[in-house]
Design a protein around this ligand. Structure first.
Ligand SMILES: [Zn+2]
Length: 397
Protein backbone atom coordinates (compact mmCIF):
# COMPACT_ATOMS: atom_id res chain seq x y z
CA UNK A 1 0.00 0.00 0.00
CA UNK A 2 2.99 2.31 0.42
CA UNK A 3 2.71 5.64 -1.35
CA UNK A 4 -0.76 4.95 -2.65
CA UNK A 5 -2.74 7.25 -0.44
CA UNK A 6 -2.47 8.99 2.88
CA UNK A 7 -5.12 7.67 5.24
CA UNK A 8 -6.98 10.31 7.20
CA UNK A 9 -9.90 9.10 9.29
CA UNK A 10 -9.62 6.59 12.08
CA UNK A 11 -11.57 4.13 9.96
CA UNK A 12 -9.21 4.55 6.99
CA UNK A 13 -6.12 4.22 9.16
CA UNK A 14 -7.40 1.05 10.76
CA UNK A 15 -8.41 -0.25 7.32
CA UNK A 16 -4.92 0.39 5.93
CA UNK A 17 -3.26 -1.52 8.79
CA UNK A 18 -5.74 -4.40 8.63
CA UNK A 19 -5.55 -4.68 4.83
CA UNK A 20 -1.78 -4.89 5.06
CA UNK A 21 -2.09 -7.72 7.60
CA UNK A 22 -4.63 -9.51 5.42
CA UNK A 23 -2.30 -9.30 2.42
CA UNK A 24 0.83 -10.43 4.24
CA UNK A 25 -0.71 -12.90 6.65
CA UNK A 26 1.13 -11.19 9.52
CA UNK A 27 4.02 -8.76 9.98
CA UNK A 28 6.34 -7.09 12.48
CA UNK A 29 5.67 -3.46 13.45
CA UNK A 30 8.46 -1.84 11.36
CA UNK A 31 7.23 -3.50 8.17
CA UNK A 32 3.62 -2.52 8.93
CA UNK A 33 4.82 1.09 9.30
CA UNK A 34 6.68 0.82 5.99
CA UNK A 35 3.73 -0.76 4.17
CA UNK A 36 1.18 1.74 5.45
CA UNK A 37 3.20 5.00 5.53
CA UNK A 38 2.22 5.51 9.18
CA UNK A 39 4.48 6.62 12.01
CA UNK A 40 5.55 4.15 14.71
CA UNK A 41 3.44 6.08 17.22
CA UNK A 42 0.31 5.83 15.05
CA UNK A 43 0.90 2.12 14.51
CA UNK A 44 1.27 1.58 18.26
CA UNK A 45 -1.94 3.43 19.03
CA UNK A 46 -3.93 1.58 16.35
CA UNK A 47 -2.54 -1.84 17.28
CA UNK A 48 -3.36 -1.31 20.95
CA UNK A 49 -6.91 -0.44 19.99
CA UNK A 50 -7.27 -3.40 17.63
CA UNK A 51 -5.80 -5.78 20.20
CA UNK A 52 -8.28 -4.62 22.84
CA UNK A 53 -11.10 -5.32 20.38
CA UNK A 54 -9.59 -8.76 19.68
CA UNK A 55 -9.25 -8.02 15.97
CA UNK A 56 -5.49 -8.61 15.96
CA UNK A 57 -3.14 -10.65 18.09
CA UNK A 58 0.56 -10.37 18.78
CA UNK A 59 2.67 -13.50 19.13
CA UNK A 60 6.22 -13.55 20.42
CA UNK A 61 8.52 -14.71 17.63
CA UNK A 62 12.28 -14.76 17.14
CA UNK A 63 13.15 -11.52 15.34
CA UNK A 64 14.27 -11.74 11.70
CA UNK A 65 17.28 -9.54 12.56
CA UNK A 66 19.37 -8.75 15.63
CA UNK A 67 17.73 -6.31 18.04
CA UNK A 68 14.54 -6.41 15.99
CA UNK A 69 10.99 -6.70 17.23
CA UNK A 70 9.79 -9.92 18.72
CA UNK A 71 6.02 -9.71 18.37
CA UNK A 72 4.45 -10.83 15.12
CA UNK A 73 1.14 -9.07 14.48
CA UNK A 74 -1.56 -11.19 12.86
CA UNK A 75 -5.31 -10.93 12.39
CA UNK A 76 -7.23 -12.59 15.20
CA UNK A 77 -8.59 -16.08 14.65
CA UNK A 78 -11.68 -14.99 16.61
CA UNK A 79 -13.16 -12.72 13.94
CA UNK A 80 -15.78 -14.72 12.02
CA UNK A 81 -16.93 -13.84 8.52
CA UNK A 82 -19.35 -15.59 6.16
CA UNK A 83 -18.81 -16.37 2.47
CA UNK A 84 -21.80 -17.26 0.33
CA UNK A 85 -21.41 -18.31 -3.31
CA UNK A 86 -23.80 -19.13 -6.06
CA UNK A 87 -21.47 -21.15 -8.27
CA UNK A 88 -20.87 -24.68 -9.53
CA UNK A 89 -24.64 -25.35 -9.65
CA UNK A 90 -24.89 -24.96 -5.90
CA UNK A 91 -25.46 -22.34 -3.24
CA UNK A 92 -22.62 -22.63 -0.71
CA UNK A 93 -22.59 -21.07 2.73
CA UNK A 94 -19.39 -20.94 4.76
CA UNK A 95 -18.24 -19.44 8.04
CA UNK A 96 -14.57 -18.98 8.73
CA UNK A 97 -11.85 -16.66 9.90
CA UNK A 98 -9.96 -13.86 8.17
CA UNK A 99 -7.21 -16.15 6.88
CA UNK A 100 -9.63 -18.25 4.85
CA UNK A 101 -10.08 -21.26 7.15
CA UNK A 102 -13.63 -22.56 6.78
CA UNK A 103 -15.14 -23.94 9.98
CA UNK A 104 -18.63 -24.45 8.59
CA UNK A 105 -19.73 -25.29 5.05
CA UNK A 106 -23.12 -26.19 3.63
CA UNK A 107 -23.74 -26.65 -0.08
CA UNK A 108 -27.21 -26.94 -1.57
CA UNK A 109 -27.84 -27.92 -5.22
CA UNK A 110 -29.01 -24.91 -7.25
CA UNK A 111 -30.13 -24.72 -10.85
CA UNK A 112 -27.96 -22.64 -13.16
CA UNK A 113 -31.19 -20.90 -14.20
CA UNK A 114 -32.37 -20.17 -10.67
CA UNK A 115 -35.28 -17.74 -10.44
CA UNK A 116 -35.23 -15.06 -7.77
CA UNK A 117 -38.10 -16.81 -5.91
CA UNK A 118 -36.21 -20.12 -5.92
CA UNK A 119 -33.04 -18.37 -4.79
CA UNK A 120 -34.84 -16.77 -1.85
CA UNK A 121 -36.32 -20.08 -0.67
CA UNK A 122 -32.94 -21.81 -0.87
CA UNK A 123 -31.10 -18.91 0.73
CA UNK A 124 -33.57 -18.61 3.62
CA UNK A 125 -33.12 -22.28 4.49
CA UNK A 126 -29.31 -22.12 4.27
CA UNK A 127 -29.20 -18.91 6.30
CA UNK A 128 -31.33 -20.53 9.02
CA UNK A 129 -28.95 -23.52 9.14
CA UNK A 130 -25.94 -21.21 9.38
CA UNK A 131 -27.60 -19.26 12.18
CA UNK A 132 -28.25 -22.49 14.11
CA UNK A 133 -24.58 -23.37 13.77
CA UNK A 134 -23.30 -19.95 14.90
CA UNK A 135 -25.75 -19.80 17.85
CA UNK A 136 -24.67 -23.22 19.06
CA UNK A 137 -21.06 -22.03 19.19
CA UNK A 138 -21.64 -18.45 20.26
CA UNK A 139 -20.04 -17.19 17.03
CA UNK A 140 -20.83 -13.65 15.86
CA UNK A 141 -20.45 -13.11 12.13
CA UNK A 142 -18.97 -9.65 11.59
CA UNK A 143 -19.31 -9.46 7.81
CA UNK A 144 -20.88 -11.53 5.03
CA UNK A 145 -20.22 -11.50 1.29
CA UNK A 146 -22.36 -12.99 -1.45
CA UNK A 147 -20.88 -13.70 -4.88
CA UNK A 148 -23.09 -14.20 -7.89
CA UNK A 149 -22.10 -14.85 -11.54
CA UNK A 150 -22.88 -11.95 -13.86
CA UNK A 151 -23.39 -9.46 -11.01
CA UNK A 152 -22.56 -5.88 -11.99
CA UNK A 153 -22.75 -2.72 -9.98
CA UNK A 154 -25.54 -0.61 -11.40
CA UNK A 155 -25.90 -2.75 -14.51
CA UNK A 156 -28.14 -5.49 -13.15
CA UNK A 157 -27.36 -9.08 -13.99
CA UNK A 158 -27.77 -10.58 -17.46
CA UNK A 159 -27.26 -14.17 -16.20
CA UNK A 160 -29.58 -14.06 -13.21
CA UNK A 161 -32.04 -11.40 -14.31
CA UNK A 162 -33.16 -10.50 -10.81
CA UNK A 163 -34.45 -7.32 -9.23
CA UNK A 164 -31.34 -5.93 -7.53
CA UNK A 165 -33.19 -3.71 -5.02
CA UNK A 166 -35.23 -6.73 -3.95
CA UNK A 167 -32.01 -8.78 -3.63
CA UNK A 168 -30.39 -6.17 -1.37
CA UNK A 169 -33.48 -5.85 0.84
CA UNK A 170 -33.84 -9.63 1.01
CA UNK A 171 -30.22 -10.19 2.06
CA UNK A 172 -30.39 -7.54 4.77
CA UNK A 173 -33.59 -8.98 6.16
CA UNK A 174 -32.55 -12.64 5.97
CA UNK A 175 -29.07 -12.14 7.45
CA UNK A 176 -30.56 -10.28 10.42
CA UNK A 177 -28.36 -7.23 10.35
CA UNK A 178 -25.01 -8.87 9.48
CA UNK A 179 -23.27 -6.33 7.18
CA UNK A 180 -23.37 -7.87 3.70
CA UNK A 181 -21.67 -7.06 0.39
CA UNK A 182 -22.62 -8.51 -2.98
CA UNK A 183 -20.06 -8.99 -5.72
CA UNK A 184 -19.42 -10.75 -9.01
CA UNK A 185 -17.98 -14.30 -8.75
CA UNK A 186 -14.84 -13.36 -10.66
CA UNK A 187 -14.15 -10.42 -8.33
CA UNK A 188 -14.40 -12.84 -5.39
CA UNK A 189 -11.93 -15.12 -7.20
CA UNK A 190 -9.58 -12.15 -7.59
CA UNK A 191 -9.91 -11.48 -3.83
CA UNK A 192 -9.04 -15.12 -3.16
CA UNK A 193 -5.84 -14.81 -5.19
CA UNK A 194 -4.89 -11.41 -3.74
CA UNK A 195 -5.36 -12.40 -0.10
CA UNK A 196 -4.73 -16.14 0.03
CA UNK A 197 -1.15 -16.37 1.20
CA UNK A 198 -0.94 -20.09 0.39
CA UNK A 199 -0.83 -19.53 -3.37
CA UNK A 200 2.07 -17.76 -5.07
CA UNK A 201 0.59 -15.36 -7.61
CA UNK A 202 2.65 -15.15 -10.81
CA UNK A 203 2.18 -11.46 -11.71
CA UNK A 204 2.70 -8.24 -9.72
CA UNK A 205 1.64 -5.71 -12.37
CA UNK A 206 -1.76 -4.81 -13.80
CA UNK A 207 -3.24 -7.66 -15.81
CA UNK A 208 -6.36 -9.48 -16.91
CA UNK A 209 -7.36 -12.24 -14.53
CA UNK A 210 -9.34 -14.83 -16.49
CA UNK A 211 -11.32 -17.39 -14.53
CA UNK A 212 -12.47 -20.51 -16.37
CA UNK A 213 -14.77 -22.48 -14.08
CA UNK A 214 -18.48 -23.18 -14.25
CA UNK A 215 -18.62 -19.69 -15.64
CA UNK A 216 -15.97 -17.93 -17.68
CA UNK A 217 -15.26 -14.33 -16.77
CA UNK A 218 -12.44 -11.85 -16.53
CA UNK A 219 -11.49 -8.96 -14.32
CA UNK A 220 -8.92 -6.26 -14.93
CA UNK A 221 -6.66 -6.30 -11.91
CA UNK A 222 -5.23 -2.91 -11.05
CA UNK A 223 -2.71 -3.59 -8.30
CA UNK A 224 -3.16 -0.12 -6.79
CA UNK A 225 -6.98 -0.29 -6.67
CA UNK A 226 -9.18 -1.83 -4.00
CA UNK A 227 -10.81 -5.12 -5.00
CA UNK A 228 -14.34 -3.73 -4.87
CA UNK A 229 -13.45 -1.18 -7.56
CA UNK A 230 -12.72 -3.97 -10.05
CA UNK A 231 -14.95 -4.29 -13.08
CA UNK A 232 -15.89 -7.78 -14.15
CA UNK A 233 -16.43 -8.53 -17.77
CA UNK A 234 -18.33 -11.47 -19.06
CA UNK A 235 -15.93 -12.86 -21.61
CA UNK A 236 -17.78 -16.18 -21.33
CA UNK A 237 -20.75 -14.71 -23.14
CA UNK A 238 -18.84 -13.51 -26.16
CA UNK A 239 -20.46 -15.31 -29.10
CA UNK A 240 -17.79 -17.06 -31.15
CA UNK A 241 -19.97 -19.44 -33.16
CA UNK A 242 -23.22 -18.38 -34.79
CA UNK A 243 -25.96 -20.98 -34.09
CA UNK A 244 -23.42 -22.80 -31.92
CA UNK A 245 -23.88 -24.72 -28.65
CA UNK A 246 -26.64 -23.38 -26.37
CA UNK A 247 -25.52 -21.31 -23.38
CA UNK A 248 -27.27 -20.77 -20.04
CA UNK A 249 -27.61 -17.07 -20.91
CA UNK A 250 -30.11 -17.96 -23.66
CA UNK A 251 -27.75 -17.31 -26.57
CA UNK A 252 -25.96 -19.84 -28.72
CA UNK A 253 -22.25 -20.20 -29.40
CA UNK A 254 -20.87 -18.36 -26.34
CA UNK A 255 -17.28 -18.97 -25.18
CA UNK A 256 -18.71 -20.46 -21.96
CA UNK A 257 -20.74 -23.06 -23.86
CA UNK A 258 -17.44 -24.48 -25.16
CA UNK A 259 -14.93 -23.86 -22.41
CA UNK A 260 -16.67 -24.00 -19.00
CA UNK A 261 -16.15 -26.96 -16.68
CA UNK A 262 -19.65 -28.16 -17.53
CA UNK A 263 -18.88 -27.97 -21.26
CA UNK A 264 -15.68 -30.01 -20.99
CA UNK A 265 -17.22 -32.52 -18.57
CA UNK A 266 -19.24 -33.74 -21.58
CA UNK A 267 -16.02 -34.39 -23.52
CA UNK A 268 -14.49 -36.19 -20.54
CA UNK A 269 -17.60 -38.26 -19.90
CA UNK A 270 -17.79 -37.49 -16.18
CA UNK A 271 -20.35 -35.48 -14.23
CA UNK A 272 -19.30 -31.94 -13.38
CA UNK A 273 -20.15 -32.74 -9.73
CA UNK A 274 -17.45 -35.43 -9.91
CA UNK A 275 -14.95 -32.83 -11.17
CA UNK A 276 -15.83 -30.63 -8.18
CA UNK A 277 -15.36 -33.59 -5.82
CA UNK A 278 -11.94 -34.47 -7.25
CA UNK A 279 -10.74 -30.85 -7.30
CA UNK A 280 -7.57 -29.71 -9.06
CA UNK A 281 -6.31 -33.29 -9.50
CA UNK A 282 -9.27 -34.27 -11.69
CA UNK A 283 -7.44 -34.13 -15.02
CA UNK A 284 -4.50 -36.22 -13.79
CA UNK A 285 -6.94 -38.85 -12.57
CA UNK A 286 -8.62 -39.25 -15.94
CA UNK A 287 -5.98 -40.81 -18.19
CA UNK A 288 -7.01 -38.69 -21.17
CA UNK A 289 -6.92 -40.50 -24.51
CA UNK A 290 -5.75 -38.86 -27.75
CA UNK A 291 -9.26 -37.99 -28.92
CA UNK A 292 -10.15 -36.30 -25.61
CA UNK A 293 -6.96 -34.28 -25.59
CA UNK A 294 -7.58 -33.18 -29.18
CA UNK A 295 -11.13 -32.12 -28.26
CA UNK A 296 -9.86 -30.19 -25.22
CA UNK A 297 -7.19 -28.50 -27.35
CA UNK A 298 -9.96 -27.32 -29.69
CA UNK A 299 -11.77 -25.80 -26.69
CA UNK A 300 -8.55 -24.11 -25.56
CA UNK A 301 -8.19 -22.72 -29.06
CA UNK A 302 -11.70 -21.18 -28.79
CA UNK A 303 -10.80 -19.74 -25.40
CA UNK A 304 -7.75 -18.11 -26.99
CA UNK A 305 -9.94 -16.76 -29.79
CA UNK A 306 -12.32 -15.11 -27.29
CA UNK A 307 -9.43 -13.84 -25.19
CA UNK A 308 -7.76 -12.21 -28.21
CA UNK A 309 -11.03 -10.47 -29.11
CA UNK A 310 -11.36 -9.17 -25.56
CA UNK A 311 -7.78 -7.87 -25.63
CA UNK A 312 -8.48 -6.07 -28.91
CA UNK A 313 -11.11 -4.04 -27.03
CA UNK A 314 -9.01 -3.55 -23.93
CA UNK A 315 -5.29 -4.09 -24.60
CA UNK A 316 -3.23 -5.44 -21.68
CA UNK A 317 0.23 -6.95 -21.72
CA UNK A 318 -0.37 -9.67 -19.17
CA UNK A 319 -3.02 -12.33 -18.58
CA UNK A 320 -3.31 -14.78 -15.69
CA UNK A 321 -5.52 -17.81 -16.34
CA UNK A 322 -7.08 -19.70 -13.45
CA UNK A 323 -9.17 -22.77 -14.23
CA UNK A 324 -8.98 -26.19 -15.83
CA UNK A 325 -6.68 -24.90 -18.65
CA UNK A 326 -4.08 -24.25 -15.93
CA UNK A 327 -4.10 -27.99 -15.16
CA UNK A 328 -3.47 -29.10 -18.75
CA UNK A 329 -0.02 -30.11 -20.03
CA UNK A 330 1.93 -27.16 -21.41
CA UNK A 331 1.94 -28.64 -24.93
CA UNK A 332 -1.88 -28.58 -24.94
CA UNK A 333 -2.06 -25.09 -23.51
CA UNK A 334 -0.29 -23.86 -26.63
CA UNK A 335 -3.66 -24.11 -28.38
CA UNK A 336 -4.69 -20.97 -26.46
CA UNK A 337 -1.79 -19.17 -28.15
CA UNK A 338 -2.94 -20.47 -31.55
CA UNK A 339 -6.42 -19.05 -30.85
CA UNK A 340 -4.92 -15.74 -29.72
CA UNK A 341 -2.84 -15.64 -32.85
CA UNK A 342 -5.98 -15.78 -35.00
CA UNK A 343 -7.88 -13.00 -33.20
CA UNK A 344 -5.45 -10.66 -31.45
CA UNK A 345 -4.55 -7.65 -33.59
CA UNK A 346 -1.05 -8.16 -34.95
CA UNK A 347 -1.14 -11.83 -33.88
CA UNK A 348 0.26 -13.36 -30.71
CA UNK A 349 3.74 -12.19 -29.76
CA UNK A 350 5.25 -13.36 -26.49
CA UNK A 351 7.11 -10.06 -26.18
CA UNK A 352 3.84 -8.13 -26.18
CA UNK A 353 1.63 -10.51 -24.21
CA UNK A 354 2.64 -12.50 -21.18
CA UNK A 355 0.36 -15.43 -20.38
CA UNK A 356 0.63 -17.24 -17.04
CA UNK A 357 -1.37 -19.93 -15.30
CA UNK A 358 -2.41 -20.47 -11.72
CA UNK A 359 -4.11 -23.48 -10.11
CA UNK A 360 -7.85 -22.83 -9.73
CA UNK A 361 -8.76 -24.64 -6.46
CA UNK A 362 -11.73 -26.33 -8.13
CA UNK A 363 -14.63 -27.11 -5.81
CA UNK A 364 -13.45 -24.87 -2.93
CA UNK A 365 -16.56 -22.68 -2.92
CA UNK A 366 -17.41 -20.63 -0.90
CA UNK A 367 -13.79 -19.83 -0.03
CA UNK A 368 -13.49 -17.03 -2.63
CA UNK A 369 -16.54 -15.27 -1.12
CA UNK A 370 -15.04 -15.80 2.35
CA UNK A 371 -11.91 -13.90 1.26
CA UNK A 372 -14.09 -11.16 -0.20
CA UNK A 373 -15.93 -10.93 3.15
CA UNK A 374 -12.56 -10.69 4.94
CA UNK A 375 -11.59 -7.90 2.56
CA UNK A 376 -14.87 -6.03 3.23
CA UNK A 377 -14.36 -6.40 6.98
CA UNK A 378 -10.84 -4.92 6.91
CA UNK A 379 -11.84 -2.22 4.41
CA UNK A 380 -14.41 -1.06 6.97
CA UNK A 381 -11.58 -0.78 9.50
CA UNK A 382 -13.06 -3.60 11.58
CA UNK A 383 -15.72 -1.14 12.72
CA UNK A 384 -19.41 -1.78 12.41
CA UNK A 385 -20.03 -0.55 8.86
CA UNK A 386 -23.68 0.20 9.66
CA UNK A 387 -22.78 2.81 12.24
CA UNK A 388 -20.97 5.79 10.73
CA UNK A 389 -20.29 7.34 14.11
CA UNK A 390 -18.47 10.66 14.34
CA UNK A 391 -15.74 8.82 16.29
CA UNK A 392 -15.13 6.48 13.36
CA UNK A 393 -14.71 9.37 10.95
CA UNK A 394 -12.74 11.73 13.15
CA UNK A 395 -9.50 13.14 11.82
CA UNK A 396 -6.30 11.57 13.06
CA UNK A 397 -4.30 14.23 14.86
ZN1 LIG B 1 -23.82 -17.10 -22.90
Amino acid sequence: MSGRFTPRSRRETRATVLESLLRTGGAFRPSIARETNLTGASISRILTELRKENIIQETRRPAPYVGGPTALVTLSKDVAVAGIELSNSRLSFGVGDLDGTLDYVERMPASSQLSQDEFEILFRQSAANMRDWTRGRDVTIRQAAVSIPGYGRGTGNPIFAWDMARLTAFLEETLHGIPVSVTNSVVAQAAFHRYSISTAYPVADDHLFLFVGHGVAGVIVDETAPIDAFMAFELGHMVIQREGLPCRCGHKGCVEAYTSLRAISKILGIADSEILRRGDAFIEMLNLDGAMRAALRERLFLLGLGLGNALNLHPLSSVVVSGWPSLMPEADRRSILDGLNESLLGGYDENRLHLSFIAPSIGNDPRAALYYAAYCFVRGGGLDTRAETPAALQEIA
